[in-house]
Design a protein around this ligand. Sequence first.
Ligand SMILES: C[S@@+](CC[C@H](N)C(=O)[O-])C[C@H]1O[C@@H](n2cnc3c(N)ncnc32)[C@H](O)[C@@H]1O
Length: 481
Amino acid sequence: MDFFPAFLDLRGRPCLLVGAGEVAHRKARLLLAAGAELTVVGPRACPHIESLAAAGHIRHLIRRFVPADVAGNWLVVCATGDTAVRSSVQAAAAKARVFCNCVDDVAASSYITPAVVDRGAIVVAVSSGGSAPVLARRIRARIEALLPSGVGQLAALAGRWRRRIAERIPDAAARRRFWERLFDSRIADELQAGRPDEADRRVEELIDCGDGPGEERGMAWLVGAGPGDPGLVTLDGLAALQAADVILHDRLVPPEILALARRDAECVAVGKAPGENVNSQESINSLLTRLVGEGKRVCRLKGGDPLIFGRGGEEVEALAAAGLPFRVVPGVTAAAGCAAYAGIPLTHRDVAQSVVLLTAHGKDSVDRLDWASLARERQTLAVYMGVRRFPELMRQLIAHGRGADTPLAIVENGTTPRQRVVRGSLGQLALLAEAHRIESPAMLIIGEVARFEATRPAARQPGYEPYAGDYAIDRLATNQR
Ligand SMILES: C[S@@+](CC[C@H](N)C(=O)[O-])C[C@H]1O[C@@H](n2cnc3c(N)ncnc32)[C@H](O)[C@@H]1O
């Protein structure tokens, strides 16, 4: 290790900041947030530093740095571009044995500041020892995504109870087991749901049951995995994947998303392929309720959004009827994901004021469709599970008045590296599907909006750090070629 990681308690301790410009102001904000008693020295101040001084938050010495300024401080930060001043600050700090950070100059610094994930009581610091700060920031972004937003509240709750728990569970080993059970319990869910009183009540319950089986009530999360790109899993979806003992997943959920689950979680495929009925809905419902009833934490991972053509409603009913706790974590539905990745706006001020999500799954569902209303102009149709019914869809829509020249796009394997977009008009639908051998999963988008295509990849802004959404940008560019 080139640098020893530590967290400093700066509350009420004098610290010195050399430089009074914009960079210095950013440092001043952090030091003040940590409670430092801050002196800023520099002849010219930016307006922010001036107002901090005017408000009495800092002491501003309007002059150049002199080595004697270092005396009495716990920490020195040098945020000036003037190399002569920087050398003088570095030398004075070294002489006084005070740690000194020179912004963007690792060689001149005796300490460096990490990239930080701040969740209240939980703070994660990432450092590359100054060799790759952008990489450290990207790692921080990933940790940021992994840490549930409620983790700080959980740490705060632990802090509030710490002394009482030590009194009530004096044995150290029993106490450690207690804390492990607490952090594995549903107390975090209560905090995240904004029920701190319920969380406290559960802590009491957990203490009362001692080392016994305790709070083994299970939990189910119905999580929308999105249409395929792992970058479209929500932060809460990711947290549920990380918390679950068992993942019951649909056929459409790709391995890259399953890889986000806890390594020791059991993954069970319960998907139904079109035309097959490997697992009936009833058997999925009973497996889900049985596992949760046994006290397992189960993530029911479904493609797209769990409550849009996903039969999630029936699973919710089964859980509710069994009196079991559950939470629905919405996901990006296939229509939204496929349209976005194909460069199609589902609605557009000029050509489509509404969008209808419909399924053309089986003969029954097609027979029940209201063709006259679906054939209306100025609306977009997003058709799920329709591949086998394309010829009938085409006939009925045209027969009910939608123009044969209405544009359409078929997005197969949308948002994944295998995405294919086939464009044409309503009158060509059956032919297109056959000629291009369209396979499930495919999303059919009918309406004027299907004419749209992204014309060029989104511009990368300076300072923008590429992340999962870039798949979309790159793929859009590829589709264009
Ligand atoms: C059983 S439905 C599930 C829908 C899902 N709950 C949602 O909100 O997207 C499956 C259908 O969604 C569509 N679909 C799901 N993922 C897709 C993808 N990656 N590309 C294209 N269509 C997709 C297809 O029409 C597929 O037949």
